[in-house]
Design a binder for this molecule. Structure first.
Ligand code: SAM
Length: 447
């Protein structure tokens, strides 16, 4: 949009740019084209723009794909946007509070915006949550903030935001923008950053909640040595530092993102050995084989039970919080069955000689790190979806947070039943079939 066009539109709307909404409108068509082209949008590809304003970037994006969603806070602009872009979905709302879980049913999405500077950080963190389906995020930010997200260790810009975002996203500073391309001209300089998800396995797997806790503690006082600051979460810092090859006098800013991941994944030697043993044990597990009435007829190894499709037993547990949301886990990529699919809060096989309830309690402790009572919902008879398992479905109540074993679970998130239902209906391929069966039956009984 040219400057004259932009001024004419504002006049037509009888509006002027509002400082409290961070309104600086882009009036350089070449730059708008350059910005949007960084996303490499394909026809039909889904995209979301935060703060479209008068549509400088929107008009360019919709030339590539009309599968777009706009989130704009300024109520003066909503009918204008709806009239001008009838093919796009316009949401009147605050991008800081937008429930990004709502994006999951639509699948992968590219997100962009010339962000209002007063809330850039909040918006960026909101759209980079662990469960985010974004495949790219392209933002214009205040230059100083952009430099902080893209900073390298051992410099003043490198801080907890750099590390928190850096674990899952690669941040590239693409270019700076002169103030003169905006109306009104902002007092600060701007930079365009591109965030893309890091490939699985680039950094060691670790529990996201533990990672955040350590990073926030570590950067709480930059001048101080790390050991004392993170002691509440990692009292064995000296042992961890020695085994990871870090100086015991390290400060938070000297650790790379990879080293922060290693630190969050680190376990004392004893428990490291026990988790390795546990991983080996999976392959040696022995299950009871049962008949069509769930009576034990023999035993066989996990491998044979699955290979020969023998009937066996398993549990699924749906953990809900007081708000009625359900916690789902995303299975780790290391799982031999349904890697990276969303699944029940916790689930597992019943080992030979064990019963359903003790298995449910064990799974809650092993997968979520909690001990809570379970309530039986129903028993599901074996079928293709359950992998020839009798599944005893339980419910439990807990408010989180949970301690998730990274080798088993990539991440976890709370969802409302409506969100799960819409998501499962539109993208069943995102879920483990066993969960979908449990979900279908749970809905029939409990909702
Ligand atoms: N994209 C337009 C452009 O480049 O000309 C406008 C960019 S302007 C810097 C920021 C836009 O974000 C404005 O349209 C403003 O109304 C909108 N905005 C401000 N706060 C917002 C929020 N919390 N959620 C969504 N949009 C917001």
């Amino acid at each position: 949009m040219k400057l004259t066009e932009l001024q004419a539109t504002l006049k037509e709307l009888d509006a002027s740019p509002t400082k409290s909404l961070g309104q600086n409108f882009l009036h350089d068509r070449n730059l708008a084209t350059w910005i949007v082209s960084q996303l490499d949008l394909k026809p039909g590809e889904r995209w979301l723009e935060i703060g479209p304003g008068l549509g400088s970037l929107t008009s360019v994006a919709q030339e590539f794909s009309t599968n777009g969603l706009l989130i704009e806070k300024d109520d003066r602009l909503i009918s204008f946007l709806k009239d001008r872009y009838p093919k796009l979905q316009v949401v009147h709302g605050d991008a800081c509070r937008f429930d990004t879980r709502e994006l999951l049913p639509g699948g992968p999405i590219k997100v962009f915006g010339n962000l209002p500077y007063y809330v850039s950080s909040q918006i960026l963190f909101n759209f980079t949550t662990e469960a985010s389906p974004a495949t790219a995020l392209l933002f214009t930010l205040q230059k100083e903030l952009a430099e902080r997200f893209a900073a390298n260790p051992n410099c003043k810009d490198y801080g907890s935001p750099t590390v928190l975002i850096g674990r899952r996203w690669k941040v590239e500073l693409l270019r700076s923008l002169p103030g003169s391309v905006f109306l009104p001209v902002p007092k600060v300089e701007s930079s365009v950053v591109l965030l893309t998800p890091r490939p699985a396995g680039e950094f060691p797997d670790c529990d996201g909640a533990r990672f955040s806790t350590l990073v926030k503690l570590g950067f709480s006082q930059r001048r101080k040595q790390l050991g004392k600051l993170i002691a509440p979460a990692l009292p064995q810092w000296a042992e961890a530092a020695a085994s990871l090859g870090l100086p015991v006098t390290s400060r938070a800013e000297s650790l790379t993102v990879r080293q922060w991941c290693e630190l969050a994944a680190w376990k004392p030697e004893q428990s490291q050995n026990s988790s390795e043993n546990a991983a080996q044990d999976v392959h040696r597990k022995i299950f009871d084989v049962v008949d069509s009435d769930d009576r034990v007829t023999g035993q066989n190894s996990r491998f044979e039970v699955h290979r020969q499709n023998l009937c066996h037993r398993a549990v699924h547990i749906f953990v809900r919080n007081k708000a009625g949301e359900m916690f789902l886990q995303k299975r780790s990529r290391w799982k031999d069955v349904c890697p990276q699919r969303w699944d029940s809060s916790a689930a597992g096989h019943v080992n030979a000689g064990r019963d359903y309830e003790e298995t449910a309690l064990r799974e809650l402790e092993e997968e979520l790190g909690v001990r809570v009572p379970v309530r039986e919902v129903t028993k599901i008879t074996p079928c293709h979806e359950t992998g020839h398992e009798f599944v005893m479905l339980y419910e439990a109540q807990h408010e989180g947070p949970f301690r998730l074993p990274p080798a088993e679970i990539e991440l976890g998130e709370w969802f409302t039943p409506t969100q799960i239902q819409q998501w499962a209906a539109r993208r069943p391929e995102d879920f483990a079939p066993g969960f979908l069966k449990c979900w279908e039956i749970w809905r029939r009984i409990c909702s």
